[in-house]
Design a protein around this ligand. Structure first.
Ligand SMILES: *Cc1c(COP(=O)(O)O)cnc(C)c1O
Length: 370
C-alpha cells in the first residue's frame, strides 16, 4: 500500500552547510551575524524595514500583541477560524477577543462582517491568511484607517503570497511569520515580526531580550521575555529564504494540479482564491459536502485506509473547551466556521509530492466519496 504523509520539510545540502558553518563559528545562541542577516533578508523580501526574529510564530504574535499595550477591556478582532496562537496573547493581556466568522468561499475572515464588530474599545484587527490564501485586505486597511485601529497581520501560513501586487506580511503595523517545520520555509522552530517603525522595532528587540536596555546591563525600564531565536536556526533560515521563489512556484503548481482534478467532484468545495490575490497553497484543503453523507472525520478515515494522511481543519475559537471554560463566547455562533471544522480537511502538501502522487491522492478521494 502507498503511504503519503501530510507534510515533510525538504532540506538541502546548502541548508546543512549553512547550519554547520554557524555551529563552527561559535555563534550558537540568541545573538550572531546570521540572525541579523536573516532578519534583513526576510524583511526586505516582504518589503518591510525591520525584522525581529523570535523562537516561534506563536511568540511572534505574542510580541506583536504586547507592543499594543492593551488595557483590560480593550478589544481585538480576529477570525473565529484560526489557531489558538492568535487568541492566547490577547487573553494574557487581559484584553477581550472579538470574533468574526469566515467567508464561505475563501475561508478567511469575512471582511464584510468586520464593521459590525467594532466598538469604542476596539484597538486592533488581526487578519489571518488561512492556508496561504490572502485575506481581502483593502477593506481591512480602510476600516483600520477610519477607526484608528492597528493591524496585527498573521502571515504564518502565507510566505510569499501577494494581494494586489503587494507581499503578504507588508499589511500589518506588525506582521507575524512562523518558520515551523511544516511552513513554506523553516528554521525548525522560529518566527519573525516585521515592522517599519524604528522605535517600535527597538522596543520589540528589547522585549525579545528580557527588556535589557542598551547601556547598563541588568537595569530594566520595561518587562520583557526571552523570545530569542538561535543563530544556528537563523543560518538555516538564510538558505531557506534563498529558495522562497522556487517554493512558491512549486506550491502554486501543486495547488493548480489539485484544483484541476478535484473541482470535477460534486461532493467537494475548494478554497477560492480571489481575483487580485496570489495564494501559496500552504496546505491544500477541501470541504466535503453534507449531501455526500460524510463528514471530514469519515473522509479522513477512508483516506487513511488508502495510505493517505490528512489533517482536520481548525476548530473555531468559540467552540474551544478551554476558552468556553473561561466564560468566553457563550451563546456565540459562527456557522461558516462550524461547517469548516466539521467538513474540512487538508491533503498531503509536501514539496516533494510529484504529479503521479497527486493523481493517486485525487483518485483515492474520488473512491472515498463514492
Ligand atoms: C503555524 C501558525 C502559527 C504559530 O506558529 P508556531 O511557529 O507553530 O508557533 C500561528 N498562526 C498560524 C495561522 C499558523 O499557521
Amino acid at each position: 500500500m502507498i503511504s503519503i504523509p501530510v507534510n515533510e520539510p525538504l532540506l538541502t545540502e546548502a541548508d546543512f552547510a549553512s547550519v554547520m558553518g554557524a555551529l563552527r563559528s561559535g555563534w550558537i545562541s540568541g545573538s550572531g551575524p546570521d540572525i541579523e542577516a536573516f532578519e534583513q533578508r526576510w524583511a526586505e523580501y516582504c518589503g518591510r524595514k525591520h525584522g525581529i526574529a523570535v523562537a516561534n510564530g506563536s511568540l511572534a504574535i505574542h510580541l506583536a500583541i504586547a507592543l499594543l499595550d492593551l488595557q483590560p477591556g480593550d478589544e481585538v478582532i480576529l477570525p473565529s477560524f484560526t489557531i489558538i496562537s492568535c487568541i492566547w496573547p490577547i487573553i494574557l493581556a487581559s484584553a477581550t477577543p472579538v470574533l468574526v466568522d469566515s467567508d464561505p468561499r475563501t475561508w478567511t475572515m469575512d471582511v464584510h462582517k468586520l464593521k459590525q464588530r467594532i466598538t469604542p474599545r476596539t484597538k486592533a484587527i488581526m487578519p489571518v491568511h488561512i492556508y496561504g490564501n490572502p485575506v481581502d485586505m483593502q477593506p481591512v486597511v480602510d476600516i483600520a484607517e477610519q477607526h484608528g485601529l492597528q493591524i496585527v497581520e498573521d502571515a504564518a501560513e502565507a510566505h510569499g503570497a501577494e494581494y494586489r501586487g503587494r507581499k503578504i506580511g507588508s499589511f500589518g503595523d506588525a506582521s507575524c511569520f512562523s518558520f515551523y517545520a511544516n511552513k513554506l520555509i523553516t528554521t525548525g522552530e522560529g518566527g519573525m515580526v516585521l515592522v517599519d517603525d524604528d522605535e517600535l522595532a527597538e522596543r520589540a528587540r528589547r522585549f525579545r531580550n528580557l527588556g535589557f536596555q542598551p547601556g547598563r546591563r541588568f537595569v530594566h525600564a520595561e518587562l520583557g521575555f526571552n523570545f530569542r531565536l538561535t543563530n544556528l536556526q537563523a543560518a538555516l533560515g538564510l538558505t531557506q529564504v534563498d529558495r522562497i521563489d522556487e517554493i512558491v512556484l512549486r506550491k502554486r503548481a501543486m495547488g493548480k494540479m489539485y484544483t484541476e482534478r478535484l473541482s470535477q467532484l460534486d461532493g467537494l468545495e475548494l478554497q477560492v482564491e480571489q481575483s487580485g490575490s496570489r495564494g501559496v497553497y500552504w496546505m491544500y484543503g477541501l470541504l466535503v459536502r453534507e449531501t455526500t453523507g460524510l463528514d471530514a472525520a469519515e473522509l479522513a478515515r477512508r483516506l487513511a485506509q488508502r495510505g493517505i494522511e490528512t489533517r482536520p481543519f481548525f476548530l473555531g475559537m468559540h467552540e474551544q473547551p478551554v476558552l468556553r471554560e473561561r466564560g468566553l463566547f457563550a451563546d456565540e455562533s459562527y456557522p461558516v466556521t462550524e461547517r469548516l471544522a466539521r467538513q474540512g480537511l487538508y491533503l498531503p502538501s509536501s514539496l516533494s509530492l510529484d504529479e503521479a502522487q497527486i493523481d493517486c491522492i485525487c483518485a483515492a478521494v474520488r473512491e472515498a466519496l463514492a
